[in-house]
Design a protein around this ligand. Structure first.
Ligand code: ATP
Length: 278
């Protein structure tokens, strides 16, 4: 459904996206994971026609993004990182204006349906500024879904949301997947990628350094982690492939030794030597 071939984009000397080749399947929830500055937003901006790459090509549903941006806009929905709702208007008015601008057919019925699906119906007459951050995010999502996009782009969908609201949002994103839509989201929350994504691409300095389902990535890099405290009191960890290997490693350590299952953050640290900022 989404295809990037050798896509690169630099800002001055910074390579924001570096020879990115990636295929995302129809109906998949795909997560671009990486620390701040890894190139996630730039990739989304390229695919959503907001910026042009220096080289490479990209297609969505077979349409060339660079040659036919107007066609692309008809089949995608975008939830940007920043909240760009009309804040002094109600939820309903925001959806109505957006739908009219985008010539959505049967607009009023469509709005009603989306308000129900996203559990926003009771808030439809609320002014945006009176809503919590979570409900404002949901309104952004409702707006992006009005045009029934084949592909939905979510840039850091749960940034700034508390854990409970974040989980509610994940449920809604799963619901969107069941409608057959493809979802590409960027996140630097490991937990989000692990809970939500069918597959994950890890970006570091604009390069794709790993690709697979969360469980495949853990299997490839190591499913167990030995944590211990070194002589200077630092908590360190080593990732390994089997429980036996973990026990052998643990025997060599003396302070604060624990063995646990690995998570995507361990995979990321192993591959890049960096920690993801929380
Ligand atoms: P974040 O999680 O902070 O949003 P990101 O992974 O989305 O990070 P990008 O925003 O794509 O990363 O940025 C990739 C690199 O490109 C960074 O080094 C950033 O400073 C740089 N960059 C992005 N946009 C611009 C711009 N308009 N002008 C100059 N540099 C930019």
């Amino acid at each position: 459904m989404i295809l990037l071939q050798n896509v690169s984009k630099s800002y001055g000397k910074t390579k924001a996206v570096d020879s990115l080749t990636l295929e995302i399947k129809k109906g998949e929830i795909f997560g671009l994971l990486g620390p701040n500055g890894a190139g996630k937003t730039t990739t989304v901006k390229i695919l959503t026609t907001l910026t042009k790459p220096d080289s490479g090509s990209c297609f969505i549903d077979g349409i060339d993004v660079l040659k036919n941006p107007q066609e692309i806009k008809k089949i995608i929905g975008v939830v940007p990182q920043e909240n760009n709702l009309e804040r002094e208007l109600t939820v309903y008015e925001n959806l109505l204006i957006y739908g009219m601008l985008h010539k959505v057919k049967n607009l009023k019925e469509r709005i009603e349906k989306i308000l129900y699906t996203l559990e926003l119906y009771e808030k439809k007459n609320s002014i945006v500024t009176t809503l919590s951050g979570g409900l404002q995010r949901r309104t952004l999502l409702a707006r992006a879904l009005l045009t029934e996009p084949k592909v939905l782009f979510l840039d850091e969908p749960s940034i700034g949301l508390d854990p409970h609201i974040r989980r509610q949002l994940w449920q809604i994103i799963r619901k969107i997947k069941t409608e057959g839509r493809t979802v590409l989201l960027t996140t630097h929350y490991i937990e989000e990628a692990e809970a939500l994504c069918d597959r994950v691409g890890i970006l570091s300095y604009g390069r794709l350094i790993a690709l697979g389902s969360p469980s495949e990535l853990k299997k490839d890099v190591g499913e167990y982690v030995v944590e211990f405290i070194d002589k200077d009191g630092n908590l360190l960890s080593e990732i390994c492939h089997s429980r036996e290997e973990a026990y052998e490693l643990a025997k060599l350590r003396h302070n604060g030794v624990t063995i646990r299952k690995s998570n995507l953050e361990d995979v990321f640290v192993k591959l890049t030597g960096e920690r993801i900022e929380k």
